[in-house]
Ligand binder design. Structure first.
Ligand SMILES: [Zn+2]
Ligand SMILES: [Zn+2]
Length: 386
């Protein structure tokens, strides 16, 4: 059990790695330089096994402890976002239009720091699998790593994740049992009316007016059809109609996203968005085409592993800095797929008062690096205690 002071020696080196990754962001599965950097560092630490090219550019490395036991996994994501960086920092992105705006550069650097520490100390039984995944932002990389069979192939029994959160103080952690991040689904809805001259609306079936009613109607699914105790968000975020002042279009294209902390509400949303839109459209003599895609599931922390994560964080920073009943977030996280495959938990790591995630002014806070590294080390030395 080590407190934070035991990990501060890794801060200068991991800060240099983090900033190097930050300067060279890559997107989705095309993480060739990033994955190369990670694999090279892992090899230099003397880890026992490295497998690259999983789900294109994902990596799993193994570090064996000093006696036999189970294998647990620690996961980091490596991908950046298609955002033009606005920070004036000397290590800001050197790749136009790409930026590490979600702190995955920090996540990667912290798991590398933990790998260096664990490969040198090995004060645990069993093995640790370090998962470096691509394409978290597109919401499929975690799923593809699971589909590639890593859980069975590396005999992983539990899996732990971590994400930085602006607005939580550096050195503080937040976690809760059960749903901690929302499911994400997307939909496309085409309202099919009959176009015409803007001066003769009675000769047309105006899909713009129908679309407006549908947008308002969908909010009633949340406010009138869903329990106020259950979280559901339906946001219409795209709206495309005619391109002229004097034309009623044939159709209006709507699209949006659905977020919920209750897995069963995805089914409800899918069925009821269609039913509500169809009912409204048909009342006006129009109709709809509807497509609903399930993206990431609800991220659900398992109770036993959440307790282990809390214990590890407390060992590092003390009870006062660990909130074990943090409110869930409505963002989504493809680590959810790993938690469907194995018991585990994801924890939030304070990033201080920085710009929010996905903002062009965001930057991972290097002061948080030793806390993430120390958390990983304590997870391993708690769950795989000798
Ligand atoms: Zn993100
Ligand atoms: Zn992220």
């Amino acid at each position: 059990m080590n407190s934070i002071e035991a990990f501060r020696y890794l801060q200068p080196e991991t800060t240099a790695w983090r900033r190097q990754l930050h300067e060279h962001p890559e997107l989705e599965y095309r993480l060739y330089n990033t994955a190369g950097f990670v694999a090279e560092k892992l090899a230099s630490f003397g880890v026992d096994h490295i497998e690259t090219g999983i789900a294109e550019t994902g990596i799993v490395a193994l570090i064996e402890g000093c006696k036999n036991g189970p294998t647990i996994a620690l996961r980091a994501d490596m991908d950046a976002l298609p955002i033009i960086e606005q920070s004036k920092k000397s290590w800001c992105s050197k790749v136009p239009g790409k930026m590490h705006a979600c702190g995955h550069d920090g996540h990667t650097a912290m798991l590398l720091g933990a790998a260096k520490y664990l490969a040198a100390s090995r004060r645990f039984k069993g093995s640790v699998a370090l998962i470096f995944q691509p394409a978290e932002e597109s919401g499929e990389g975690g799923q593809r790593m699971v589909q590639a069979g890593i859980m069975d192939r590396f005999s992983i029994s539990k899996v732990f994740g971590l994400h930085n959160v602006p607005g939580i103080e550096v050195g503080h952690f937040g976690i809760c049992q059960g749903p901690i991040m929302a499911a994400l689904d997307e939909f496309d809805l085409i309202v099919k009316g009959r176009g015409g001259h803007a001066a003769k609306p009675h000769e047309a079936i105006d899909p713009v007016v129908i679309a407006a009613q549908i947008i308002v109607g969908l909010q009633a699914l949340v406010s009138r059809r869903t329990s106020p105790m259950e979280a559901l968000v339906i946001s219409v975020t795209k709206l495309n109609a005619a391109q002229a002042y004097n034309v009623i279009p044939d159709q209006v294209d709507l699209a949006g996203s659905v977020r919920t902390l209750v897995p069963g509400l995805r089914e409800f949303a899918q069925g009821q968005i269609l039913a509500a839109a169809q009912g409204i459209a048909r009342g006006f003599g129009a109709d709809v085409d509807f497509e609903y895609r399930r993206c990431a599931p609800v991220t659900i922390n398992h109770p036993g592993e959440t307790d282990l994560a809390v214990k590890a964080a407390r060992n590092l920073v003390g009870s006062a800095c660990v909130d074990e009943k943090i409110s869930p977030r409505m963002g989504s996280e493809d680590f959810a797929y790993m938690l469907e495959a194995r018991p585990g938990a994801v924890i939030f790591l304070g990033n201080g008062s920085t710009a929010s995630l996905h903002h062009p002014g965001y930057d991972f806070n290097d002061e948080a690096l030793p806390y993430g590294i120390g958390y990983w080390a304590n997870v391993v030395e708690t769950v795989l205690a000798l």
